[in-house]
Write a protein that binds this ligand. Structure first.
Ligand code: PEP
Ligand code: MG
Length: 575
């Protein structure tokens, strides 16, 4: 274990493996060349490749960080698009027989000097350095650091980090950044604060003392960096991390100040999947996230319980395919109509009301721990949220989270990388929906499971056609309860999602939108229609519609007629 003290620059706690940014030797010899034509082609290829990379980064930055940050890259692209500069490089190669490396360096340095003399906004040292380095790295065959270089969550360790490197790193899987040099007001630090990524700067000699893959704890609030921590330190910091994140939620907007977390006009459209093979379909249909991976199907398909390695492969496959898009993986919801055939669990007299979902997991803890370990190990490969199904009491939720923490500590002590992950719960048992405000402090998000919520609330089996007319997902009571759950989430600044079938119901979507639901997760095939519908809705009018629905009599017919009428009029619903 080693401890370093640096300057706390961006608060938060991160625990993960070190990733040292590779350093490239971009020095070159000043030779004369024989083949002018070949050298000019080398130059043009390197300039073109650099320009294309910068354009790509500009687009990514625009999406993730906004126009201001993207403007930096646009400016860098403009330097490489400046034909006068390229012509000067070509002339140098032709007349003086210098290498492309020499031509690039000479011309860009001279350009930089001229810019500094001019009264116009000068190119900064860093910007010219970035352009030069990028072209040189292509000429010399060294790969520049790219956003995509991080295919696993990690703590970036660098001697120094330019704002340009930081802008590329931030939208990726970086958990924290530590540097030997730098100040608390540097551009890199300011950008990282927006991303809520802990940063410690000024560590002086940490970079050489830390090895790639070393487990680290970075406390961006105190400046403390621990390398190869003990189990006790890991445990303590996992708790601190949770406390910090909870405080952050409360600090951003005090309870009651606003009932909206996300931009009301933006809703996340996500897919429900049962298998990693479904991800391609989800993406092809425009899914922005996986809102529900029903992992029980891994258990239902096989005749024996899936091993940790098999589960890890499945979860990792989903996460890597989704890249930077969020993925909610639900722990196994075995039971009800989803009976597995391994014989590991007893049959239930009344399966929907018996040992099902989290209840079953908590009574078979070693099976549950295997799943949690597989999930934790996979978390390093994307943006994972773990979700517990069929939660009924706060006690169950806390036991599940404690087991998750225990496995997390064990894995971290073994040196296994674990990503920054969120923990959420399904709201599908009526008692939880009614008492949602008692659960919100313990989770990062809630997801409404209206398939079960409907059957439990109306006491009508979701699979029994004889009571199909009583199984009413559009009953005003459901909407009333859904609204109270969304409000409870928003009062505590956590998002409310829905992954029950109601989220894909064209009649319900306007109402849910009006209630401020943050994410709709559904069968991939339903996404494009739902998106078209949501894009056309007038959110303000939907709020009125939703408020009306929750006052209706306890029958879904009234809701259906009312929404049909409102949408038929068009003007009452659409923009
Ligand atoms: C639900 O109950 O709404 C839900 C999404 O879970 P499942 O359908 O898997 O029970
Ligand atoms: Mg359910």
């Amino acid at each position: 274990m080693k401890k370093f003290m640096g300057i706390a620059a961006s608060s938060g706690i991160a625990i993960g493996p070190a990733l040292k940014l590779p350093k490239f030797d971009l020095s070159f010899e000043n030779q004369t060349i024989d083949d002018v034509g070949a050298e000019i082609r080398r130059l043009q290829t390197a300039v073109m490749a650099s320009k294309n990379e910068l354009i790509k980064i500009q687009h990514i930055t625009q999406k993730d960080l906004g126009s201001h940050e993207a403007g930096v890259f646009q400016f860098l692209v403009s330097i490489l698009s400046n034909q006068m500069l390229i012509d000067q490089m070509v002339t140098l190669i032709t007349n003086q027989k210098v290498t492309a490396e020499m031509a690039v360096t000479t011309v860009l340095r001279a350009y930089h000097e001229r810019q500094k003399q001019a009264a116009v906004k000068p190119v900064s040292d860093q910007q010219i350095h970035e352009v030069m380095q990028r072209v040189l790295s292509h000429l010399l065959g060294a790969k520049p650091i790219e956003a995509t270089a991080l295919n696993q969550q990690a703590i970036v360790v660098a001697h120094e980090l330019s704002p340009i490197q930081t802008a590329q790193l931030l939208p990726t899987m970086v958990q924290a950044i530590v540097t030997d040099v730098g100040g608390t007001t540097s551009h890199s630090v300011i950008m990282s604060r927006n991303f809520e990524i802990p940063i410690v700067v000024g560590l002086q000699n940490a970079e050489t003392a830390i090895n790639n893959g070393d487990m680290m704890i970075v406390n961006g609030s105190t400046g403390e960096v621990i390398v190869k921590p003990t189990s006790a330190q890991l445990e303590e910091n996992i708790h601190r991390q949770r406390e910090y994140e909870q405080q952050l939620h409360r600090r951003i907007r005090p309870v009651g100040q606003t009932k909206v977390t996300a931009d009301r006009d933006r809703s996340l459209l996500a897919a429900n999947i049962n298998d990693p093979a479904d991800v391609a379909k989800a993406l092809a249909n425009g899914a922005q996230a996986i809102g529900l991976f029903r992992t029980e199907f891994l258990y239902l398909k096989a005749h024996q319980l899936p091993t940790e390695a098999e589960q890890f492969r499945a979860y990792k496959a989903v996460l890597t395919q989704m890249g930077e898009k969020p993925v909610i993986i639900r722990t196994a919801d075995i039971g009800g109509d989803k009976q597995e055939t391994t014989g590991a669990f007893d049959d239930q007299m009344n399966p929907y009301l018996g040992l099902r979902g989290l209840r079953l997991s908590l009574t078979h803890q070693s099976i549950f721990r295997t799943q949690l370990r597989a999930l934790l190990r996979a978390s390093a490969y994307g943006k994972l949220s773990i979700m517990f199904p069929m939660v009924t009491t706060l006690h169950e939720l806390r036991v599940a989270k404690a087991l998750l923490d225990q496995e997390r500590i064990k894995l971290l002590s073994e040196g296994v990388a674990i990503g920054r992950l969120k923990v959420g719960m399904m709201v599908e048992v009526p008692v939880v929906a009614i008492m949602a405000d008692q659960f919100v402090n313990d989770v990062d998000f809630m997801s409404l499971g209206t398939n079960d919520l409907t059957q439990y609330l109306l006491a009508a089996d979701r699979g029994n056609e004889q009571v199909a007319d009583l199984y009413q997902p559009e009953n005003p009571a459901i909407f009333r309860l859904v609204k109270s759950v969304i409000d409870a989430c928003h009062d505590h600044q956590i998002p409310a999602f829905m992954c029950g079938e109601l989220a894909a119901d064209p009649l319900a979507i306007p109402i849910l939108k009006g209630m401020g639901l943050d994410g709709f997760s559904m069968n991939p095939a339903a996404i494009s229609y739902a998106k078209q519908l949501i894009d056309r809705l007038n959110t303000r009018r939907m709020v009125t519609l939703a408020n009306e629905v929750v006052t209706m009599a306890a029958d879904q017919k009234q809701v259906i007629d009312f929404v049909h009428q409102a949408t038929a009029n068009g003007h009452a619903t659409y923009k």
